[in-house]
Design a protein. Sequence first.
Length: 164
Amino acid sequence: MKFMRVARLDDTDEHVYENAARVGEPAVPGSFVFTFSDRDPTLFEGKEKQAFRHGFLGTRSFGWATVVVVDDIEEGEYKSVIESLAHHFVSEYGAPSMEAALPVARQEAEYAAGLCEHEVNTLLAVERAADEDGIHEAFKTVQPRADWEGEGQPVRVWDFFRDE
């Protein structure tokens, strides 16, 4: 089965999120964090706003990541993701029991797996917005451009230049 794993292109996540997810850990979209909140996402600022707008949630650290990669996952690890999410629902969101939390956790994991109908190693990004109708998500694949040929060197997506 395919599932999302946290990926990093650089160390930006360490700076833009209060808690950055760890590279390689399984991830889910994590919109439940904002759905379960009593706060209006349109009023978020700073790191919280960044997590809302562009974050995937790691299922071990419960930190945020800007991109994930489609990867294969073993059945045992997939079950571990569901259990980890269920524990999180009980400890952080007041689910009354693991038995009550497991179906919701399973639904979140199934949703994440359903977004992975791409080739392994495909990068995914998310854009989230909120309005009076609720939270809306759009998922995008990040494709390398044909002109990103590295010619024996690492491919650089951007370069840094000094201001004159």
